[in-house]
Ligand binder design. Structure first.
Ligand code: 26V
Length: 834
């Protein structure tokens, strides 16, 4: 395959040289296609077209150029009878699609020229696209990076998910507080998707089960659902790098099985005639925020079953169009469960095989266990999914029966283990009997899967040692590690064209196809001219970000200051509060000695808090209250600024990341499964300050311990502190800086209008400190001061920054996907003739 790609690259590049004419031709064709779409698809003439009309026309013209390759990819997949990956995920956090598609097709230059010919600003045009925010954070963005890498590696794959009408809420800040506004992303039209009215499936809910004798005299269990919802497919093509291969992202939208209850309507009950429709369509209405409260939970279970059942029906139908039965399903399909959200697939596949296709239970179980694999993304107990048995019995009665049978057979095997006892039985059971009978979806996914993976080396170790320790002893070969990665096409080449150009001028274009080729930069890390050029590219990105900060927050920041960035969901375990407390301590220190040669710093925060997560929302408010005081203190000036950029999303990340000098990855050790923002920032040349958590551990190994700043307790030390009954009090006595900062916040120095505003935050640190903020504060403070000193030695700083970019190649999602393909899915790339 390697040789193949090399050849492909050479022929593409040779073609590019010979192809100045071809480019002119493409420019003219695109120009014509865009005006054509504007008139005949959008229905506007050039004189009256808005920027949005131009965007739609351009996207449609680009989409046309994807379709041939898409169909060719599908035909080849069928022809070569290989195996296909089905990636089931409740979240795909794509962001914008335009630049991805255009640049992977290799059309960026002729398209920009064509738009310029038409008098349309390509940057303004790009801004017209709404972010597809169909995810909460890391898990959803990982799914989007994986889809791009699967296509780029020519691995036949389909992503299955939900086409939410409303993506993750838009964050609006009013007086420093977060408010949530619906994100109506489809309102402006989505030119990338194809509606598939022919691809619809019926999804049942509720009802009853009974035994029935079929024509051959065999007993079968029959499920008679009380309610049926229609799943309708919308397909978006996912273009791989250099356009060779195109996969599909298939998202399901819910429809009522009857459009209108005509009877009720005819009797004048117009609202009642539509009520069933509202109930059915609610399923795909809105994305769940990551820590929803129990209210509304039934809807989430309906979402999970809805998309899982539709996806399984779809892949089974496809399989049966080529083969007489499902006996060889595992040879042709690998199903990946992205967290436990689609874990009901274990029971649903068994139901299809046993109830619908009449296979023996044991054979069906073999097929299921060969076909499914499961990725775990968090060990936080509050995020591990369980469903109350009565709810499951009501909504999915047949699945509950199947789960009981799976569990019964599983517990039989448990009982036969050496040393088996009651404790082991309780720990391994799929049903948690201790908290009012709940189905443990992680256990179900684990038992029903061929492979189970964690997302970083540390996280996988902790899976083996903690949450899945007993299951791991029972199935010692099942857990495997697949450290996360990010797609370098988007997260370096597209978002940072300036740095990319400099890198290519320096080491050539190989890095575009081989992330590991970035290593060739190592030889330039000490070159003062290259260091200067590297710093200059980054300064330009910082000027862009400074402009954006000014427009969105009204705060002016100095682009030559150190940009210290923490961008991610707001969560106590991610410890934005630790960073804010350090800001207060630094503010105090500067005030005490303003002339002490402080390194100018801009602390930049962005992130959303789940609507129901009160502490996280308070952290956002505190950031604003601190900013208001610090940013307006004349004694502080440019020595310290603190800004919170509202409405963090993929598009905002794309502006912040190239401009970050320092990347904050400071979660309580043991709590962040991997992190992927950490990788994007380091790849673009930010230095990391972080704990030994998630993938930070492996980043340290790759970039070298001298090029990353690690502080604080590691996961073992955190566990030991907990076991010893840690609570903060003694630590607080030791750290006067922290004690003073907490006292100032506690007594309203930053919220004089409401002095007690933050007592819930300060008490959480001072009395419980579940997240070890007090335990790590002094080490964090010292690490920050060391970084200040390093900033004063620019040749050293830039050397380290360059070495970060040079050594992050391993964190490409192409490497991750290559490992999944080999070890978990056992799939091979498609060979494209053209
Ligand atoms: C949990 C729940 C609970 C109920 C409501 C909706 C909902 C949605 C998501 C979750 C679990 C989120 C888990 C997650 O996002 N994990 C992140 O996965 C990243 C990719 O592997 C990883 O880099 C992050 O460290 C990890 O926090």
């Amino acid at each position: 395959m390697y040789e193949n790609q090399e050849q492909k690259l050479r022929s593409v590049e040779a073609g590019a040289e010979a192809g100045a004419d071809a480019r002119e031709g493409m420019r003219a064709r695109l120009r014509a296609a865009i005006t054509d779409k504007l008139v005949y698809a959008v229905g506007k003439d050039t004189a009256h077209a808005s920027m949005h009309d131009w965007y739609l026309a351009t996207a449609l013209a680009v989409r046309d150029r994807i379709v041939d390759r898409w169909m060719e990819s599908t035909r080849e997949t069928y022809r070569q009878e290989g195996k296909r990956v089905c990636y089931l995920s409740l979240e795909f956090l794509i962001g914008r699609n335009f630049r991805d598609s255009v640049s992977n097709l290799g059309l960026m230059e002729p398209l920009v020229e064509a738009l310029n010919d038409l008098g349309v600003d390509p940057d303004l045009l790009r801004e017209q696209e709404a972010d597809a925010a169909l995810g909460n954070g890391g898990l959803g963005r990982l799914a989007a990076c994986f889809m791009e890498s699967l296509a780029s590696l020519s691995l036949p794959a389909i992503g299955y998910g939900i086409r939410y009408d409303y993506g993750l809420f838009r964050q609006v800040i009013v007086d420093g507080a977060q408010h949530e506004v619906p994100e109506d992303w489809l309102n402006v039209g989505n030119p990338w998707e194809f509606e598939r009215p022919e691809a619809t499936y019926r999804i049942g809910f509720g009802g009853t089960t009974r035994d029935e004798t079929d024509a051959d005299g065999r007993m079968r269990r029959v499920w008679q659902p009380a309610e049926t919802v229609i799943a309708k497919a919308y397909d978006t093509p996912v273009v791989g790098w250099r356009g060779a291969h195109v996969n599909t992202l298939r998202l399901w939208s819910a429809r009522a099985s009857e459009p209108l209850m005509l009877d009720a309507f005819n009797h004048g009950d117009y609202v009642g005639a539509m009520a069933h429709r509202a109930r059915a369509e609610a399923i795909s209405r809105v994305l769940y925020p990551s820590d929803a409260t129990p209210a509304g939970y039934e809807l989430r279970l309906r979402q999970e079953y809805f998309f899982t059942a539709a996806s399984l029906q779809d892949l089974v139908r496809r399989h049966l169009s080529r083969f007489p039965g499902l006996g060889n399903l595992a040879d042709h399909v690998a199903i990946q469960l992205n967290d436990t959200h689609p874990a009901i697939a274990v029971a649903e596949l068994m139901r299809i095989l046993v109830d619908e296709k009449g296979l023996a239970w044991e054979r069906a179980w073999e097929i299921t266990r060969e076909t499914l694999s499961y990725t775990n993304h968090t060990l936080l107990p509050e995020a591990l999914e369980t469903w109350a048995v009565p709810l499951m019995e009501r909504l999915l009665p047949r699945h509950m029966e199947i789960i009981y049978r799976i569990n019964w057979l599983h517990l039989e095997a448990v009982a036969a283990l050496p040393g088996a006892d009651d404790r082991l039985g309780r720990a391994l059971s799929i049903i948690d009997e201790e908290n009012g009978k709940r189905v443990r979806m992680g256990h179900l996914a684990f038992v029903g899967s061929r492979k189970v993976n964690g997302v970083s080396a540390l996280h996988t170790d902790l899976m083996r040692e903690t949450v899945f320790a007993d299951l791991h002893r029972m199935f010692p070969d099942r857990i495997t590690n697949k450290t996360n990665g990010v797609t370098f096409r988007r997260w370096l080449q597209q978002i940072n064209p300036r740095l990319t150009r400099l890198i290519i001028e320096t080491i050539g274009p190989r890095m575009r196809d081989h992330p590991q080729a970035l290593r060739d930069l190592e030889g330039h890390a000490d070159d003062p001219a290259f260091q200067r050029a590297f710093a200059d590219q980054r300064l330009a990105a910082k000027q862009d970000l400074a402009r954006l900060i000014r427009v969105r927050t009204g705060v002016s920041v100095d682009p030559t200051a150190m940009f210290d960035v923490q961008i991610k969901r707001i969560h106590e375990y991610k410890r934005q509060l630790l960073n804010l407390l350090e800001a207060v301590a630094l503010y105090n220190a500067i005030k005490a000695d303003p002339g002490a040669g402080w390194v100018p710093r801009v602390k930049i925060f962005a992130g959303k808090a789940a609507a129901s997560y009160a502490q996280a929302k308070q952290i956002i408010r505190l950031a604003h209250d601190l900013g208001a005081v610090i940013n307006n203190d004349p004694e502080i000036g440019d020595k310290l600024k603190l800004v919170f950029l509202p409405n963090y999303n993929v598009s905002l990340a794309e502006v912040i990341i190239p401009a970050a000098d320092l990347s904050e990855q400071i979660s309580t050790a043991g709590m962040e499964a991997s992190g992927t923002g950490n990788m994007k920032l380091a790849l673009n040349g930010a230095l990391t300050i972080g704990t030994l958590d998630g993938a930070n551990v492996e980043m340290r190994a790759h970039v070298g311990p001298e090029n990353i700043t690690i502080f604080g307790h590691d996961a073992q030390e955190v566990a030991a502190l907990r076991d010893a009954g840690y609570c903060e009090a003694s630590t607080l006595d030791r750290s006067t800086r922290l004690a003073r900062a907490l006292y100032e916040i506690e007594t309203g120095l930053f919220s004089p209008d409401e002095p007690r505003r933050y007592s819930s935050l300060t008490e959480a640190v001072a009395w419980r400190d579940r997240y070890m903020i007090a335990a790590d504060f002094d080490a964090y403070w010292q690490a920050q001061r060391d970084l200040d000193a390093l900033w004063g030695r620019p040749d050293e700083w830039w050397r380290k920054a360059i070495l970060n970019t040079a050594r992050m190649g391993w964190f490409s999602s192409d490497r991750t996907i290559g490992e999944y393909a080999q070890d978990i899915w056992r799939v091979r790339p498609l060979v494209h003739s053209a």
